[in-house]
Design a protein around this ligand. Structure first.
Ligand code: ADP
Ligand code: 5GP
Length: 206
């Protein structure tokens, strides 16, 4: 097959602490051809997070300037900080034929769905229970008590948006969940409508 296919977008949302970061690193290590969309945020970096790898950490004025310049595909305020997906980064990744993972919240996902500017597969990752979510958030040990409470409060609302997604995965057993997410990505890749402009298979194969 010689024709280069544009990559596809995967929108992945989860309440904070559900295990999305852990899952994504497993799946991305296993499946070739995936790229992570590095968001911009005004949140402070956690220990171990790297500038330009986990996020582009920017000041609030810088973020607001980017909004005014129309540089975001979507942006939202989440847990008191601003987060956004810059258009430039993902465009390049998609043109390289990479499938791009957008780790964004339910508001950002709703914006993309509503505007319909780019086709995407929507995946929601839920914790097995609120008690388990709280345990994981505390176990991670990266947030203060009031930040944990805010994230738990937001989680209840975010879980209500799960029905708006095409795929729902409950992250109980990490290995099983990673297998399931990997299977969803591979199944999406196999969708026939991904052939360039609906050409018959004979014209793109060989
Ligand atoms: P998120 O990115 O969704 O906020 P993390 O990936 O940081 O969540 O996971 C939160 C915490 O829960 C981490 O300490 C992680 O090791 C743990 N965790 C993730 N998935 C599971 C799981 N299936 N079972 C138990 N603990 C998990
Ligand atoms: P965290 O601070 O734990 O890294 O992320 C908090 C929340 O912000 C998560 O739900 C994550 O998906 C979301 N988020 C990260 N980047 C973006 C983004 O670019 N846009 C939107 N809308 N949400 C984001």
């Amino acid at each position: 097959m010689t024709t280069m296919t544009m990559g596809r977008l995967f929108v992945i949302s989860a309440p904070s602490g559900a295990g999305k970061t852990t899952l994504l690193s497993r799946v991305m290590a296993r499946i070739p051809g995936l790229a992570f969309s590095v968001s911009h945020t005004t949140r402070m970096a956690r220990p171990g997070e790297k500038q330009g790898v986990d996020y582009h950490f920017v000041s609030k004025p810088e973020f607001l300037t980017m909004i005014d310049a129309g540089r975001f595909l979507e942006h939202a305020e989440v847990h008191g900080n601003l987060y956004g997906t810059a258009k430039s980064g993902i465009r390049q990744q998609l043109e390289e034929g990479l499938d791009v993972i957008l780790d964004i919240d339910v508001q950002g996902a709703a914006i993309l769905r509503r505007t319909g500017q780019m086709a995407a597969a929507y995946v929601f990752i839920a914790p097995p229970s609120m008690a388990e979510l709280e345990k994981r958030l505390r176990g991670r040990g990266t947030e203060s008590e009031d930040r944990i409470q805010l994230r738990l409060q937001n989680a209840r609302q975010e879980l209500q948006a799960a029905g708006e997604y095409e795929y729902l995965i409950i992250n109980e057993d990490l290995a099983e969940t990673a297998d399931l997410l990997g299977a969803i990505i591979l199944a999406e890749r196999a969708r026939a409508h991904r052939l360039p402009s609906g050409k018959p298979i004979g014209s793109v194969a060989g």
